[in-house]
Design a protein around this ligand. Structure first.
Ligand SMILES: Nc1ncnc2c1ncn2[C@@H]1O[C@H](COP(=O)(O)OP(=O)(O)OP(=O)(O)O)[C@@H](O)[C@H]1O
Length: 230
């Protein structure tokens, strides 16, 4: 499904991502772990068409997408939820969701699907997005991505800045999507919660993947335990 190989990305002289290989198979839920500055966000942004890589390839179902415009990446079936959510504050919840019509992949029935997954959004459909709590904005950002009917959903730190109870709620919805067969790649600082729900994980350090394995193996790895779960 998603096949990233030898991906490299830089900011001028800073080589933020150096030869990253990772795969997400259809229907699987994968996590990319790592400390601050390891290169996780740059990897996701390069996969999603927001940062032009300097080398390597990103294939979605054998189609090379790393040099496509953001719009074409979405059209090819990959939706990205950035760190910090980026909902459009002066628009209502429903208007934010309907923005995905521009992707050319949206269908009216998807709105019901999003409201079923996130009843809070249904209750607040006429509310301005900027007035929603952080957790609700995260749900809205995920909902907006789902409105493009993605084959691959890519999430950058969905738990960031959220209270623990809200993190649980957001992760419950991620688990629900996974059960429905949605393929998901996420970056997460909260390794404990990520490894409790993921199938497979990668650990990044200084721009490279240094450890990978099934979630159950990673949970027992001493380095992962010490660095990310203590
Ligand atoms: N816009 C930018 N300009 C210059 N350097 C950047 C920029 N964004 C990130 N970097 C640098 O690239 C490296 C990787 O950053 P990146 O944000 O990808 O890491 P990360 O693992 O996602 O960290 P975090 O969890 O803090 O977001 C870091 O050294 C960072 O300082």
């Amino acid at each position: 499904m998603l096949n990233v190989s030898s991906l490299s990305a830089s900011y001028g002289a800073i080589n933020a991502v150096r030869g990253v290989d990772l795969q997400v198979s259809a229907g699987s839920l994968c996590v990319l772990l790592g400390a601050n500055g390891a290169g996780k966000s740059t990897t996701l942004r390069s996969i999603a068409g927001l940062h032009r890589p300097i080398g390597g390839s990103v294939k979605l179902n054998d189609q090379e997408i790393s040099r496509l415009s953001l719009h074409r990446v979405v059209k090819s079936g990959l939706a990205f939820v950035p760190e910090g959510r980026m909902v459009v504050a002066p628009l209502t919840v429903e208007e934010n969701l309907k923005l995905s019509h521009f992707s050319g992949r949206s269908e009216p029935s998807l709105l019901d699907k999003v409201y079923t997954l996130f009843p809070r959004l249904a209750d607040r459909r006429r509310q301005l997005a900027g007035l929603m709590s952080g957790g609700e904005q995260q749900m809205l950002a995920i909902g907006r991505a789902l409105m493009t009917k993605p084959q691959m959903l890519v999430l950058d730190e969905p738990s960031m800045g959220l209270a623990p109870a809200i993190v649980d709620l957001v992760f419950q919805s991620i688990v629900e999507l996974h059960k429905e067969g949605q393929s998901i790649l996420l970056v997460e600082q909260n390794a404990a919660i990520a490894l409790s729900v993921c199938d497979y994980g990668y650990v990044m350090k200084r721009g490279q993947i240094v450890i990978e394995g099934t979630a159950s193996v990673l949970k027992e790895n001493p380095e992962v335990l010490e660095a990310y779960m203590s």
